[in-house]
Design a protein around this ligand. Structure first.
Ligand code: FMN
Ligand code: SF4
Length: 516
């Protein structure tokens, strides 16, 4: 039986992976070839999707992008034996874009069958949990603290410190909640984990639960992720069937289980306290802090709440040791970051590497510049609340502090690229508009300020008007309860600062017209 690997990742499905898989199945039965189709996640090289790999005697051989119409030709070329074809990519692991990466969190993504516990274990899975159970609660906490892992959801708070706070809290019950809301524009790494290597997230949550003494976990995902939700629910069932989740997960009568909950997709429900409200069945509205969720979180109990990537990084840390993880990175940003390249970029996809690579390297060298071929004018890093950086700031290293020093943020690691046809005035207006639409309405600077901000941009004609916008941004920054209102000023102010010409009424229109 020859194994053929075809992604079931949403990005691959969007460009025809399902039709390609059906064509492979049809063609194989027509020709009497014994083929086992294994549906995997994506390797993250989106411009090559659907990327199909065949297990040959020489190892896995890749072809892509494969349309359903290409399949008969691939069979004719003997692709089941790794035969040459115009879509041949050879050993994809040796492909420079993939080879240059440091894949720790994404080591298995696109390689394993996401629903096979045996495949997961064969590729190093469960080693982290095994070690945690051997070294005990305190030493597990110590490993996560020493690794320097910081929350990948955006705020960059040290994960081990958060866990320690929950571990030390006294309560009859504690929870681990995974934030899989992934609302940031240009981000898809959480989805890729859930679709491509969901068991790493399950293992990470189990380690967190063991370390802090929790017996129940929740994953909060969104309805816009139907494929991820189906795969993740199936992966939970597969692990439960082996006893890895359930009443004896950590040993006899030592339970841990995970429930998947699906939100309706409000951006603010990614904010941890609004998420907890939503999980409790209430309207997703931000809570006043303190108390912190680590003290009083879900149903009033101490709760670890972490992003998918934070939790999915933990098995590697436990399996390989904190020092190995901390050996990667720059300054206080330790380890690797799964960076997501999106927007108008030639090579979009998932690129995991150690912190410290510059923004210019990511956009121009790794991303290959714009897909349109026009010059890069701006990039927005860190989602809709992130600043717009012009190429003059491309020497900024990918590092929490370096971005903060330039009034930017790396957030969840999404980079959205724009070419010179972008209208930055429209982008600034969009930032206010987005905030107005997504605001939970609890505080005035965000609820009212965002609408007034969009109006002010529409009316903007003079330096006096720009001052008014800056003044409004100050109020939003310092008067908002959470980062939705508090960070909306960053895209607005960066657009004003670096692209002032777009705010001179007459200037923006010709620029757009020239871009055609
Ligand atoms: C408006 C808003 C939206 C957010 N959306 C997300 C999200 O989609 N996913 C996420 O992990 N964190 C999101 N966060 C950050 C969370 O509040 C929180 O910091 C994070 O879940 C903590 O996990 P971490 O320490 O592993 O990053 C958001 C924050 C704000 C203010
Ligand atoms: S800043 Fe906006 S989203 Fe955050 S609490 Fe205030 S109104 Fe709600």
């Amino acid at each position: 039986m020859i194994r053929v690997f075809i992604p079931r990742d949403a990005a691959a499905l969007a460009v025809g992976a399902e039709a390609a898989a059906r064509a492979v199945g049809r063609e194989a039965s027509k020709r009497g070839a014994a083929v086992e189709i294994v549906r995997t996640g994506s390797r993250g090289l989106f411009w090559l999707e659907p990327l199909i790999e065949v297990q040959t005697a020489q190892g896995r051989v890749a072809y892509g992008p494969v349309a359903a119409d290409d399949v008969a030709g691939l069979f004719d070329a003997g692709f089941l034996d790794g035969g040459a074809h115009r879509l041949s990519l050879g050993d994809i692991a040796a492909y420079p874009w993939l080879k240059q990466q440091t894949r720790l969190t994404f080591a298995r993504c696109g390689i394993v069958d996401p629903l096979s516990v045996a495949d997961y274990v064969a590729h190093g899975g469960l080693q982290g949990l095994k070690r945690a159970l051997e070294i005990g609660h305190a030493a597990t906490l110590g490993e996560v603290i020493q690794s320097g892992l910081r929350g990948r959801g955006g705020a960059g708070f040290p994960t081990g410190i958060k866990w320690k706070t929950v571990a030390e809290a006294k309560a009859d019950r504690k929870y681990v909640v995974c934030n899989a809301d992934e609302g940031d524009s240009g981000t898809f790494a959480d989805r890729m984990v859930m679709e491509g290597d969901p068991m790493s997230l399950i293992e990470g949550m189990a380690i967190a639960a063991f370390a802090v003494g929790a017996s129940k976990g929740y994953v909060y995902s969104r309805s816009e992720y139907p494929h991820a939700n189906v795969t993740f629910a199936q992966a939970l069932d597969a692990v439960r069937a082996t006893g890895g989740l359930g009443p004896h997960a950590f040993g006899p009568n030592n339970p841990f289980d995970i429930e998947l909950r699906i939100g309706a997709g409000a951006y603010v429900c990614g904010e941890e306290t609004a998420l907890l409200e939503s999980l409790e069945g209430k309207r997703g509205q931000v809570r006043v802090k303190p108390p912190l969720p680590a003290h009083k979180g879900l149903f009033g109990r101490p709760t670890v709440i972490n992003n998918v990537l934070s939790l999915a990084s933990v098995p590697w840390i436990l399996a390989n040791g904190a020092a190995s993880y901390a050996a990667f990175g720059l300054g206080r940003s330790r380890g690797t970051m799964p960076i997501q390249l999106a927007g108008n970029v030639k090579y979009p996809g998932l690129y995991e590497c150690a912190f410290g690579v510059t923004l210019g390297e990511l956009v121009n060298d790794i991303g290959g510049g714009t897909r349109s071929g026009r010059p890069v004018r701006a990039v927005q890093v860190g989602g809709p609340l992130g600043a717009y950086f012009p190429p003059a700031l491309f020497d900024t290293p990918f590092d929490y502090e370096a971005f903060a020093a330039r009034d930017g943020l790396i957030g969840h690691g999404g980079i959205v690229v724009f070419d010179d046809s972008v209208d930055m005035r429209a982008q600034a207006r969009f930032a206010f508009e987005f905030c107005a639409i997504e605001s939970c309405g609890k505080c005035t600077p965000c609820r009212i300020g965002s609408t007034r901000g969009a109006e002010a941009i529409d009316k903007l004609e003079s330096a006096r008007d720009a001052e008014l916008i800056e003044d409004l941004c100050e109020t939003m920054k310092f008067g908002s309860l959470c980062a939705l209102g508090g960070f909306t000023p960053y895209p607005v102010l960066s657009a004003l600062k670096y692209f002032p010409e777009d705010f001179e009424k007459e200037a923006a229109a010709p620029a757009r017209a020239a871009a055609g």
